[in-house]
Design a protein around this ligand. Structure first.
Ligand code: ZN
Length: 105
């Protein structure tokens, strides 16, 4: 794939470049807001992606079926998707790998 294919996603200007007029451009204001909000946004404990406030899921770090308690210490913020299919697929894949490794070695 050519690098030019996604050239439209590259900003034409650096949003943090100081303005010669000593006033903040709209692009710089947006860059500052995004930088501040991203640094303070909650992250998914499973995939580490930013979790929007409208879509927070509370997950058992140690799964209920594995004896995980509904305690504050066992809770983690996740995406709803990561708390369901993605997490289960990752756990079952790990278990299959361990099972396979266990029978081979
Ligand atoms: Zn996630």
């Amino acid at each position: 794939m050519e690098d030019r294919a996604f050239s439209y996603l590259q900003p034409s200007e650096n949003p943090y470049q100081p303005s010669p007029s000593n006033s903040y451009s709209s692009q710089m204001k947006s860059g500052i807001v995004i930088r501040e909000l991203l640094a303070k946004s909650p992250r998914c404990s499973i995939c580490t992606g930013v979790v929007p406030r409208q879509a927070i899921s509370i997950d058992h770090n140690e799964r209920r079926q594995d004896g995980g308690a509904a305690s504050v210490d066992n809770a983690q913020l996740t995406h709803p998707y990561c708390n369901t299919g993605f997490k289960e697929a990752r756990i079952s894949k790990t278990r299959k790998t361990r099972a396979t490794t266990g029978t081979l070695f």
